[in-house]
Write a protein that binds this ligand. Structure first.
Ligand code: DAH
Length: 344
């Protein structure tokens, strides 16, 4: 028991010293004296060897408790002194104006935004103003008014996200903006409508469930297929260079008649190589869909198809960005890796 009394004295003494210690060096000294190899506690452990078993057990237990307590107190004091020291440094030290500044990084425009801006700019040069429509659409605007009635097989191709219990969906293309504009505005109309579109698709290098399109629409008296050709040829040349050729192939979209798919001559191999991975040796790359506005679409928005004609087109922004920058995997656009994005 006498040993335990001495342990209490020891604890008291250490705590007293600890309270008086006000700098970190002295505190470190105290820590060494207490816990070091030749420190107080190690000596006490030596003493333990010579005790009778029962005493050994009791003293050992008391010794451990004291050790833990002192250890905690020293750690707390260290933290406190470190805090005080930092505070003093911060309040007393004058800032060093000669230190170099921290590096800072200028943000960059996302490649999809770059392409989108360029597309809108090209069309603005020939009188197309930019309008926006909502991402949540009615079934009627996304399909019905665009001459895609229910049960029409074209609906299957759109893999639509429907909103349960409502007659609403996430728009599968930007074409419904045509409907919104024609319902509100009478011809002449010349608009482009950029935005996000949604399809229930498995994601891979060339497919995404969310992607971007720009819709175009021109309606007036006497608009002909020649106007459509001229407009898109102008666009292709502006975007990819004067030497680029455009090709129009007959195609089917329910909201246009006639409909066409437009290809450009291969930007990579300049239509020279049979093993080109981009045009697959055909010399042509699919660019966009277009056509003359279908009379049924005009009827759905109360525009007289006998007085007015028009053309429409739909451009995929990801597709153009991939071509323009030579990107082979669409997922790179959405993963937001700084190393990728900082290249543009
Ligand atoms: N909306 C079509 C799509 O997403 C693209 C399109 C094709 C738009 C032809 C048009 C058009 O305006 O005339 O697949």
């Amino acid at each position: 028991m006498e040993k335990i009394y001495r342990l209490n004295d020891l604890e008291k003494k250490i705590i007293e010293t600890l309270e008086k210690t006000n700098d970190l060096t002295a505190l470190e000294e105290l820590r060494k004296e207490t816990f070091g190899k030749k420190g107080i506690f190690n000596q006490a452990l030596e003493d333990l060897k010579n005790l009778a078993p029962l005493e050994k057990q009791q003293f050992g237990k008391a010794l451990n408790l004291t050790k833990e307590k002192i250890d905690l107190l020293i750690k707390e004091k260290t933290l406190k002194l470190e805090e005080t020291k930092l505070e003093q440094t911060l309040t007393q030290k004058k800032p060093d104006w000669t230190l170099p500044s921290l590096p800072f990084y200028l943000g960059k425009t996302h490649p999809l935004t770059l392409v989108l801006d360029e597309v809108l700019k090209i069309f603005s040069e020939i009188g197309f103003s930019s309008v926006h429509g909502p991402e949540i659409e009615t079934d009627e605007n996304n399909f019905g008014a665009l001459n895609i009635p229910e049960e029409h097989p074209a609906r299957d191709m759109h893999d639509t996200f429907y909103i349960a219990g409502e007659n609403l969906l996430l728009r599968t293309h930007t074409s419904p903006v045509q409907i919104r504009v024609m319902k509100k505005q009478s011809p002449p109309i010349r608009i482009v409508a950029p935005g996000r579109v949604f399809r229930h698709e498995a994601i891979d290098a060339t497919h995404s469930a969310v992607f971007h399109q720009v819709e175009g629409l021109a309606v007036d008296e006497n608009i002909s297929f020649a106007d459509l050709k001229g407009t898109l040829e102008f666009f292709n040349k502006k975007l990819f260079g004067k030497e680029i050729k455009s090709r129009f192939r007959p195609s089917y979209f329910p909201f246009v008649e006639p409909g066409a798919e437009i290809d450009i001559s291969c930007t990579i191999c300049k239509s020279q190589k049979s093993n080109c991975p981009v045009c697959k040796g055909t010399g042509w790359i699919e660019m966009l869909g277009a056509g003359m506005v279908h009379p049924n679409v005009f009827k759905a928005v109360n525009i007289d198809p006998n007085q007015y004609t028009g053309f429409a087109f739909g451009i995929g922004i990801e597709r153009i960005a991939m071509l323009k920058y030579g990107i082979s995997d669409m997922r790179l656009f959405y993963e937001n890796h700084i190393a990728f994005l900082s290249q543009f």
